[in-house]
Write a protein that binds this ligand. Structure first.
Ligand code: FAD
Length: 472
């Protein structure tokens, strides 16, 4: 990417002039629209894009990328902007390419349990629209994210322990490459052993290799019986041990989520949860045929009892269940409400399940030493949890949070884990990639980037730290 900012401004001007001939009504340079596209959630970093282009079709995306490729102008794909690692922050003189108008459901194949959708559709809207089919899409990150953005961050959520992440739930994609060329990856079949797995390459690529415009998704049958329960513990260690044993015993639980006492206090206040104490809490959901659910419940109850759980509170009506899961999904906002002027920075470590207890013990020591408040919660069935570090919204406060984040990541990596189970790299986790993947794997990733996006117009500065390229 050429460095000269004056000529970069001219090149951007040339792109907008070209695009205005066919897409004028879809281009905004208004300060408020640019501000909305200047940042994601959580991180303080922000920069205004010079313009926001609202794509309405795959062809629009192709037109934009073709023009940007010709003039070497950076483009940042934008779904709903809920990512938390600075993913959507544009570089200088860039276009933000907003996919949120591409919300069509193109096909639902109920007999094959799959559907094809445009990338700007949210998972909440998909599930509302297909309710009558008896099917649903299970990946449920807390934010109101688009399915394209969820592909691009390889997102997951509370049900990943049962249904997997975006990686396991996408069959195929339509992608526009940096040159504007449109390609299709994968298909509708459940397995195929032909060619390189390009679908997986784009899942988690954070808009750095192509822009996803359509997604073929797996759907799942709505379970016959659903049952949710909450169990509180005097001791964090007992709760973590219970979650680990549930997974190690192979109980096919649908969700097992942890909130520590500090997070529980925040959520009781924010979500008006009644009948709970500010203690470490596990949230469970069981699903399947009635007899299967009963079996899962009995096995879980035995483990809870053996680990000093304080008994189950059941939420069997749809209303009670949705209150409970809404409280879980609102946990970030509940933590933020503890100190509305502060910034909340989320960690996202994951370790093999047997190491979860060791990691959490160490993280508690780090939080204590930092003097910061940091509620802890997570998808413990996957070995993944977040510490929501509450810090002063100043450079000093951000630096303190960053120090704590670094210590937590170092512990996770030393235990064979990853710095991010679901949020992705963006800008926030760039410093950890070399330690996590090694320099050889990183230089192969850079070579891929250079091949697929030779002018580095696609979301530059994200996912890959700068460095040497694999030469073969
Ligand atoms: C309160 C809260 C709770 C959250 N909980 C979870 C959670 O439980 N699990 C989880 O995984 N995440 C969670 N997140 C993070 C966030 O919701 C996910 O990262 C989500 O997948 C981002 O989707 P989005 O549509 O907002 O994408 P954006 O933020 O708009 O974009 C994210 C990245 O994807 C790229 N991108 C967007 N659309 C496309 C496209 N069509 N083609 C190519 N690239 C694209 C962007 O360039 C950017 O790099 C949470 C966030 C918040 C604020």
């Amino acid at each position: 990417m050429p460095e000269n900012s004056a000529s970069a401004a001219d090149r951007l001007h040339a792109v907008l002039t070209t695009l205005r001939t066919t897409m004028d009504a879809q281009i905004s340079t208004s300060p408020s629209v640019r501000e909305e596209h200047s940042h994601g959630e959580a991180m303080s970093t922000a920069r205004l894009p010079d313009a926001v282009v609202f794509a309405e079709s795959t062809q629009d995306v192709s037109t934009v990328l073709r023009a940007c490729h010709a003039e070497r102008v950076p483009v940042v794909a934008f779904g709903a902007g809920t990512s938390v690692e600075g993913h959507v922050v544009p570089p200088e003189h860039a276009i933000s390419l907003d996919l949120s108008r591409m919300t069509a459901i193109l096909a639902v194949n109920a007999e094959d349990l799959d559907c094809r959708i445009q990338a700007g559709l949210t998972r909440q809207s998909l599930n509302t629209q297909i309710r009558d089919t008896g099917l649903f899409f299970p990946v449920d990150p807390g934010g109101e994210a688009t399915l394209g953005g969820m592909c691009a961050t390889r997102a997951s959520g509370t049900a990943a322990v049962r249904y997997g992440t975006m990686k396991e739930n996408v069959l195929g994609l339509t992608v526009v490459l940096a040159t504007g060329e449109i390609i299709h990856t994968g298909g509708r079949v459940r397995k195929s052993s032909t060619g390189y797995d390009l679908t997986s390459l784009f899942i988690g690529s954070e808009g750095t290799l192509g822009v996803i415009t359509e997604v073929q998704l797996k759907l799942h049958g709505r379970p016959e019986t659903l049952s949710a329960a909450v169990c509180q513990f005097e001791n964090l260690h007992d709760a973590v041990q219970t979650a680990m044993e549930i997974i190690q015993c192979g109980i096919p639980i649908t969700r097992v989520e942890l909130m520590d006492a500090v997070q529980m206090q925040a959520s009781i206040q924010f979500s008006k949860l009644e009948g709970y104490r500010p203690l470490t809490t596990l949230f469970f959901e069981f699903s399947g045929a009635p007899a299967a659910v009963q079996e899962q419940v009995s096995a879980t109850e035995a483990l809870v009892e053996a680990n000093n759980g304080l008994g189950f509170a059941w939420a069997n009506s749809p209303e009670e269940r949705s209150l409970l899961w809404k409280a879980r999904h609102d946990a970030f906002w509940a933590a933020k409400a503890l100190a509305p002027q502060a910034r909340v920075i989320s960690t996202d470590c994951i370790v093999p399940i047997s190491r979860l207890g060791t990691l959490i013990d160490g993280v508690y020591e780090d939080i204590k030493a930092s003097g910061l408040r940091a509620p802890l919660l997570g998808h413990v069935g996957d070995g993944n949890f977040h510490t929501l570090i509450i810090t002063e919204d100043t450079p000093k406060g951000h630096a303190q949070a960053w120090e704590l984040d670094k210590k937590i990541v170092a512990r996770a990596l030393a235990l064979g884990g990853s710095c991010s189970g679901e949020h992705g790299v963006g800008m926030g986790k760039l410093d950890f990639l070399e330690t996590e993947h090694g320099s050889g794997a990183l230089s192969v990733m850079r070579a891929l980037k250079n091949t697929m996006d030779p002018h580095h117009i696609l979301n530059p500065g994200k996912l890959l730290p700068a460095g040497p390229v694999y030469q073969g």
